[in-house]
Design a protein around this ligand. Structure first.
Ligand code: GLV
Ligand code: MN
Ligand code: MN
Length: 431
């Protein structure tokens, strides 16, 4: 069965959603449960409702969208991704997979309207999913929404997850009740955060997430398609250094216990240790740092920074992180700085479905698409869903391998081809 997506419509949808940002001219900043999240949800929900879909929103604000193309009560094939972004991020991370899934849904809907007999040829329904809070921009933990769906997070976590102002996820979700009536409709403001927050995914045959690669491999090798094999795992800790604050002019250099210079040494150490990985695969990043009191004329008393380690091998992640933590403690001791390390979040590396990978490889080969089976250094909601059903991921090239920055981009021809490959994959899984 063949169906052609409407490439121009897909690009227009993406162009519209690109404007839903808190930082116009400086990339996309669209945090979960915020003003731009409301606008993006409204836009997408209007489209899916116009196509006759039913919409179910859970208390964490993940969205499940069900058209009725296939056999009632049977299996379904799911596609989707997230709509939130990092601060000053790109216009494609996450939302491309949502727009691709929407394009598939509209293409299917039009085809079935034209030829209702098509329905009888499907052995499964199609569903769309929009995950909430994938980036960790609010609570510092990636894949938050899908962690609730899959049971990694449970009813106690809305109180434990806190934003930079100390507001808990529960407080933020409860605050949605105060939105104006027309905005409130894009959320579930009546749902309870107590009890079971997981989704029943037993009926989902396959989940496919379409995404930009976010790294340089496909662009460098001139390939238009990536079929994801493994997704890296990650572990994040927060380090707090406490020294002695004092006057920046009156305190001699030999008498200082500066928490920030200690943190600077620790951060360079993290980089050196990751670079010395023999396989050149482990990556480590200190992406967030806070300095207290943060004045040019006060010796920094306290510094908090994150250390994140990723690899495709969980043992290597733990081994590198444990060695980093030991060295950071030793460094702090040498500088007479007290040091507390707190585990923040983690996710395990994982292999996606061999069946789905093989079927996508065959399809790409038959269509003459130059592709590569590859790892993903970035994590994705697919990691959580893969625990419950056959899951696959499709990558398109990122120009110059840039992502999580305003320069993030993909050639329109690759965006369209990726969504068409999603369409073809969904049709194969529904047949
Ligand atoms: C999600 O974007 C990640 O940090 O991999
Ligand atoms: Mn993403
Ligand atoms: Mn991202």
């Amino acid at each position: 069965m063949d169906m052609k997506i409407d490439g121009d419509r897909l690009l227009k949808t993406l162009d519209t959603l690109k404007t839903y940002t808190d930082t116009p001219g400086a990339g996309v900043t669209r945090f979960s449960y915020g003003r731009q999240d409301v606008r993006a949800r409204k836009y997408i929900l209007e489209r899916v409702k116009a196509a006759g879909c039913s919409v179910c929103i859970d208390p964490v604000q993940n969205i499940r969208i069900s058209p009725s193309f296939g056999p009632a009560g049977g299996k379904s094939v799911m596609a989707g991704s997230h709509i939130d972004s990092v601060r000053n991020g790109g216009w494609l991370d996450g939302i491309y997979g949502v727009c691709g899934a929407l394009e598939v849904m509209e293409t299917l809907s039009e085809a079935v309207a034209k030829d209702p007999s098509l329905k009888d040829r499907f052995t499964a329904n199609y569903e769309m999913v929009i995950f909430a809070e994938e980036e960790g921009s609010l609570f510092g933990s990636c894949m938050t929404g899908s962690k609730f769906i899959s049971g990694i997070y449970d009813e106690k976590d809305p109180d434990l997850l806190k934003n930079d102002e100390g507001l808990s996820m529960r407080q933020i979700l409860e605050g949605l009740k105060d939105l104006p009536e027309e905005d409130r409709q894009v959320y579930d403001t009546g749902g309870s955060l107590a009890g079971d927050l997981t989704w029943d995914l037993a009926s989902v045959r396959t989940m496919i997430e379409l995404h930009i690669e976010q790294g340089p491999v496909l662009d460098r090798e001139g390939l238009s398609l990536g079929i994801v094999d493994s997704i890296f795992g990650m572990r994040v800790v927060e380090v707090e250094f406490s020294g002695v604050g004092n006057h920046a002019g009156a305190t001699p250099m030999r008498e200082r216990r500066d928490a920030l210079t200690a943190a600077a040494s620790a951060i360079l150490l993290v980089e050196d240790m990751a670079k010395s990985d023999g396989e050149h695969r482990s990556v480590a990043t200190c992406g967030k740092i806070e300095v207290f009191p943060g004045c040019s004329n006060v010796i920094p008393e306290k510094v908090r920074f994150t250390v994140e380690v990723r690899d495709r091998d969980e043992k290597k992640i733990d081994d590198l992180m444990d060695r980093i933590i030991d060295r950071i403690h030793a460094l702090a001791q040498e500088r007479h700085i007290s040091c507390v390390v707190t585990e923040h979040s983690r996710s395990s590396p994982l292999h996606l479905s061999r069946r789905v990978i093989t079927s996508m490889e065959t399809r790409a080969r038959e269509a003459g698409i130059p592709f590569k089976v590859m790892d993903s250094g970035a994590v994705h909601d697919a990691c959580m869903i893969a625990r419950h059903c056959d899951t696959g991921m499709i990558f398109v090239p990122s120009i110059d391998g840039r992502s999580h920055v305003p320069q993030e981009d993909t050639h329109p021809r690759d965006l369209i081809a990726g969504a068409q490959f999603l369409m073809d994959t969904i049709l194969a899984e529904m047949s």
